[in-house]
Design a protein. Sequence first.
Length: 94
Amino acid sequence: MTKNMNKTISITAISSISPLGVQPKEIWKNYKSNAHFFSEKHKALVAELPSEIKKEIDALKHSNPKYKALDNSVLYAIYAVSYTHLTLPTSDLV
C-alpha cells in the first residue's frame, strides 16, 4: 500500500449510470425506445454519457478538494449511488 492509500473505503449500493441515463424511470424509458445511443467519434461507434450527466460529474469532482484526484470510475460510482434512493419496485417499470 502506498503512502497515499492508507485508508480503505468502500461504496456499497446497486445503481447504474450509462448513456441511457441514471434515474430508473429514465433508463427504462430509453431502454424501451427505438432510439439508439451511439454516435461516431474518431471513426468508432461510442455510447457517451449524456452531456448533462458529464457536467454534473464535473461539478461533483470540483465540489470537494479530495475528489479532484479520484479516477472517473470512482466519481461515476459516487454520482450513481446518489440516485439509489430512487429505486423503484419492478412493477413501476413495466
